[in-house]
Design a protein around this ligand. Structure first.
Ligand SMILES: Cc1cc2nc3c(=O)[nH]c(=O)nc-3n(C[C@H](O)[C@H](O)[C@H](O)COP(=O)(O)OP(=O)(O)OC[C@H]3O[C@@H](n4cnc5c(N)ncnc54)[C@H](O)[C@@H]3O)c2cc1C
Length: 647
């Protein structure tokens, strides 16, 4: 008989690092936990992470003096003051624990080698003597936007090593994993989440999973940028789209989209920031190191938003290298030498050879910026609890927790998945221990029937409508070219109008394959409307935000405007509502007052309000916008003024 309804204590939608780490916490607390994943968990996108995971261990000479407060400062500056500073503080405090825990799980971290080491810093080779007593400690490399070498790494396969280790722990704890199973809707009563409707990708069958607590951990949604993303093909964003459909849960800062400077042209496969951290540099068509002139202090290791913009401008100015696939720039890592590349950047060595036919020890690597990371996502409080709906949590890249604000620092995402997995996992377990399973089977089975009808309607549709893949490709093109690195009112308005047209086209699109079972076209069609709705929230959010902050850059409003825009965008859009509604809440309690990031432009419109006055309103305003109370009071993890001791 076909399964219609199953129950568990904690349902985790997503088997990447964030979801698995969260499930470990729930299982360790004695709860039945179930993980859903589109693919076997070890193939989740976390596996692709390369260069490192930030934690202020201070293990090597260039990391001396590092501590969580310095990490906090870098993170807030990196975010262009868009982050929730209390969350950034929790994160920086707990990241060292997360890295050491991974060592305990079995991650083979690259290690400090005591004695003389040769590094490349700002293009120059230098000799640094690492203390012999540090020999064998977890090694750290330089990354963009940081004051210290802080990225802990396992060659350039950090995500792979971490995910395999964490997944082994999931197996050891006996967590139920259902792979090739997709959550397609949330089951809820308008204020409490009861679980999810899921679809088996092997058979096409739908069923309900009811749970005391539901955690969304579905990663980013880079595929709304079509081919212009470093994200895997599974990063299509259903996990972000389904809470939006409820009309109750808002998404935060959807216009905050990160572009990574170095993806290989034309494949879009990323080569890690660790290449530049280890001393690689960028060249234009004249073999000129343009970043030295643009950012004399940080050079190639300014934050990603800044480097990507300089690269895009360099190509706009005609200094890109022409190719049949459009212009690109060069990444030069030849001077690092084959031995370094084959030990500390092994995956980069392999990627260059396998996907570009290049020997990076001898040849330049063609690179250009591409969509990479979604700072925006399901808006949650510091416990990971979604705004507006109890029993629903979000963690990892899908969440807007929000420690990244408008620009995430490299290495801060892997660290977030593990830190937030622990923190939110603990809160999920606490929540689950205080509620009973509300098995309103009528609501659940109605939701299953509605999902079945959606699939049946797609299969029954006839006519000459566009193909779903054609609509997807059109969305990707317009997102990259009109909602990309540089944005302006005219192009954003065009993007919004064209996305509206694509939404209409989606309602009339016709499938070529009518099989209800294993049918990738149907599976994709069921996601397409959600993807278009996400794309629309990005474009409309960007159109409304008339300033530039982090990765959101408006050529018509080039300054950061702390007077009017020191806030977070929230968007709600119920499945039956014709248009999204936007509102704005304060970013959170401010500890480090807005200032210069230390790279990029120092020009900005200053806030007029005092920090104290701003902070005064945060609690009431965020509550008004749907924030649910956290277990510990707001501000309890922010030691006001601690940063003054390190600046
Ligand atoms: C090429 C690349 C390199 C990177 N390198 C680094 C790095 O060096 N350092 C760093 O800090 N960050 C890096 N990042 C970013 C980082 O890897 C990701 O942000 C992070 O791993 C996301 O983890 P996650 O657990 O949130 O999501 P993911 O690992 O993406 O996992 C999402 C999970 O959700 C499942 N899923 C999705 N939708 C559904 C659904 N509807 N139903 C059921 N399951 C679903 C998927 O199957 C998957 O299991 C990199 C990213 C890329 C693209």
């Amino acid at each position: 008989m076909t399964e219609r309804l199953v129950t568990t204590d904690v349902l985790v939608i997503g088997g990447g690092l964030a979801g698995e780490r969260c499930a470990i916490e729930a299982a360790a607390a004695g709860f039945d936990a179930m993980i859903l994943s589109l693919v076997p968990p070890r193939r989740s996108h976390s596996c692709a992470a390369q260069g490192g995971m930030q934690a202020s261990l201070g293990n090597c000479v260039k990391a001396e003096g590092d501590n969580p407060t310095v990490h906090f400062l870098d993170t807030v500056r990196g975010s262009d003051w868009g982050a929730d500073q209390e969350v950034a503080n929790i994160f920086a405090d707990e990241a060292p624990v997360a890295v050491r825990e991974l060592a305990h799980y079995g991650v083979p971290w690259s290690r400090v080698e005591g004695g003389k080491n040769h590094y490349f810093i700002k293009g120059e080779e230098v000799e640094i003597e690492e203390a012999l007593e540090n020999d064998g400690l977890i090694g750290q490399r330089d990354f963009g936007g940081t004051a210290k070498w802080r990225a802990c790494y396992a060659s350039a396969g950090t995500g792979h090593a971490a995910l395999f280790a964490v997944d082994s722990e999931v197996v050891r704890l006996g967590v139920t994993v259902r792979d090739r199973t997709e959550a397609v809707a949330l089951i809820h009563d308008g204020s409490r989440c009861l679980g999810a409707v899921v679809r088996c990708l092997r058979t096409g069958a739908h069923f309900a999973v009811m749970a005391k607590a539901t955690v969304i951990a579905t990663g980013g949604y880079g595929r709304i940028y079509g081919q212009y993303t470093s994200n895997a093909t599974i990063n299509e964003g259903m996990g972000t789209a389904i809470p939006l459909d409820t009309g109750v849960v808002p998404l935060g800062n959807m216009e905050a989209v990160q572009f990574h400077p170095t993806t290989i042209s034309p494949s879009g496969i990323l080569v890690t920031e660790g290449c530049r951290g280890d001393g690689g540099y960028l060249l234009d068509k004249n073999m000129s190191r343009f970043m030295v002139e643009k950012e004399p202090e940080k050079q190639e290791l300014a934050s990603r938003d800044v480097v990507s913009r300089h690269m895009a401008q360099c190509m706009r100015d005609g200094n890109g290298v022409d190719s049949p696939y459009g212009p690109h720039l060069w990444l030069d890592i030849r001077h690092l030498g084959e031995e370094h590349l084959r030990t500390k950047l092994l995956e980069v060595w392999d990627i260059c050879r396998d996907f570009a036919g290049i020997n990076p020890a001898e040849e330049l690597v063609p690179v250009r910026p591409t969509q990479h990371y979604s700072m925006g996502g399901v808006r949650v409080n510091k416990d990971g609890q979604a705004y507006g709906m109890s029993g629903l949590f979000a963690v990892g890249e899908v969440a807007c927790w929000d420690m990244h604000g408008f620009n995430r620092l490299g290495g801060n995402s892997l660290a977030e998945t593990l830190v937030a997995g622990r923190v939110v996992g603990r809160r999920v377990a606490e929540y689950a221990s205080g509620v009973s399973l509300q098995a309103d089977t009528g609501v659940a089975l109605d939701a299953v029937t509605a999902a079945e009808q959606r699939a049946a309607e797609w299969l029954a549709r006839l006519g000459n409508g566009r193909s779903v893949y054609e609509i997807r490709d059109a969305m990707g093109e317009l997102m990259m070219h009109k909602v990309g690195i540089f944005r302006n009112a005219g192009e954003l308005a065009e993007a919004v109008s064209e996305l509206g047209q694509l939404l209409d086209d989606c309602d009339n699109a016709v499938l070529r394959c009518k099989d209800p079972g294993v049918n990738p076209e149907l599976s994709f069609a069921l996601r397409l409307k959600g993807m278009l709705r996400l794309a629309m929230t990005v474009a409309m959010g960007a159109e409304a935000r008339t300033e530039s902050r982090g990765a959101h850059f408006r050529t018509d409003f080039p300054l950061r405007n702390d007077r009017e825009w020191l806030n977070r965008t929230l968007v709600r859009w119920g499945a039956d509502d014709s248009a999204p509604s936007f509102s704005y809440e304060p970013t959170g309690l401010i500890d480090l007052p807005p200032g210069h990031r230390g790279y990029g432009s120092d020009e900005r419109i200053e806030m007029q309000q005092s920090v104290d006055d701003y902070n005064e309103n945060v609690l009431a305003e965020q509550t008004r916008h749907g924030r649910l109370e956290s277990v510990e009071a707001m501000g309890s993890r922010l030691i006001q003024g601690a940063w003054q001791s390190v600046t």
